[in-house]
Design a protein around this ligand. Structure first.
Ligand code: NAP
Length: 299
């Protein structure tokens, strides 16, 4: 039997509709709207495309959105001063610095300069610490892991006591999602294993997963025979494997593949996210959710 497809685009749309209603209520009750500043340095096409989508979504929700597009040669000092300006701006509840930054700027310094209470990406060490502590301490769960957790919960997949295997241990996906799912709360309570390039038998670990989360960045890494029949597969990977001409625009667009062989895996798994249209749309949605939460926290 074919797996249920976890439609991240549809789930994301319904969360955004919920957020929009909350923004309107907040505006009526407190005459305030969430404020987000997006800081882009240079004109890297991928970064520009991500920022454009973030700005568009924020505006659709009725946020106060400020766009800062800086020249690629902005000095580190000036960028830090810009961040500090928005740390002090009470109309701004979320500061997003689009990564990566040019080589002459120390990314760490810039992330550490963001007020942790406005760090809606959840990358500041203070917020990573809060995430590790769990419970009421958590302020801004990082957006991609938060999106993954939301997809699992909304798809009705049981997390309590589940064997979760996470492929990848990056600071932005693998480590935080592993930490989030082992917390003591009803949206977690899983038994989590994290595997990586030094793991002895990747296939054996994957085969016993009730929930398999793959964030390696290697197209087709997970083979169909590694999948536990009936399990939930969350494919975070986004790999450009070629180009095609878009039937809508007539322009070349990237062909994207996940880390899992989707066509074969969907015949074995119980549920699975597609690439694109799975985890991807959730990341921006969770950024908006964090910005709204930050605004509420200020009230
Ligand atoms: P990353 O920083 O490159 O980390 C990849 C992790 O996977 C590393 O821990 C690495 O292990 C592990 N890995 C790589 N190849 C492996 C292999 N053959 N066997 C076992 N483990 C392997 O990547 P990332 O930033 O976490 O991103 C992962 C993927 O998710 C990428 O395709 C990225 O584009 C995608 N992504 C998507 C979104 C979204 O919104 N949809 C957001 C973020 C990332 P080592 O630590 O041992 O090197």
């Amino acid at each position: 039997m074919s797996a249920a497809i976890i439609d991240g685009a549809a789930i994301s749309k319904s969360i955004l509709a919920e957020l929009k209603t909350e923004v309107q209520e907040l505006q009526q009750s407190h005459a305030v709207v969430p404020g987000l500043v997006t800081i882009l340095v240079g004109d890297n096409p991928a970064s520009l495309s991500y920022v454009t989508r973030k700005v568009r979504t924020a505006l659709e929700l009725g946020f106060h959105e400020v766009q800062e597009n800086c020249d690629a040669d902005i000095s580190e000092k000036d960028l830090l001063a810009l961040v500090e300006r928005y740390n002090q701006d009470s109309s701004i509840h979320g500061i997003l610095v689009q990564l990566p930054l040019p080589d002459h700027i120390d990314e760490k310094k810039v992330i550490y300069a963001i007020d942790p209470d406005k760090d809606v990406d959840g990358f500041h060490p203070v917020n990573i610490g809060r995430l590790l502590l769990g419970g009421d301490e958590v302020r801004f769960p990082p957006c991609t892991p938060a999106g993954i957790q939301e997809l699992i919960v909304r798809a009705g997949v049981e997390l309590e006591g589940a064997e979760v295997v996470v492929v990848g241990r990056s600071n932005i996906v693998g480590k935080p999602i592993a930490n989030m799912l082992l917390q003591k709360n009803p949206r977690a309570n899983a038994t989590v294993t994290v595997v990586h390039t030094r793991t002895r038998d990747l296939a054996a670990h994957c085969r016993r997963a009730d929930i398999l989360i793959v964030a390696a960045g290697v197209a087709g890494l997970v083979k169909p025979e590694w999948i536990n029949p009936g399990c939930c597969v969350i494919d975070v990977g986004v790999n450009r494997v070629g180009e095609k001409i878009s039937s809508k625009t007539g322009k070349p667009v990237a062909i994207l593949r996940g880390d899992v062989d989707f066509d074969a895996a969907k015949e074995i798994a119980g549920s699975i996210t597609p690439v694109p249209g799975g985890v991807g749309p959730m990341t921006i949605t969770m950024l908006m959710k964090n910005t709204l939460a930050s605004c509420r926290a200020r009230l």
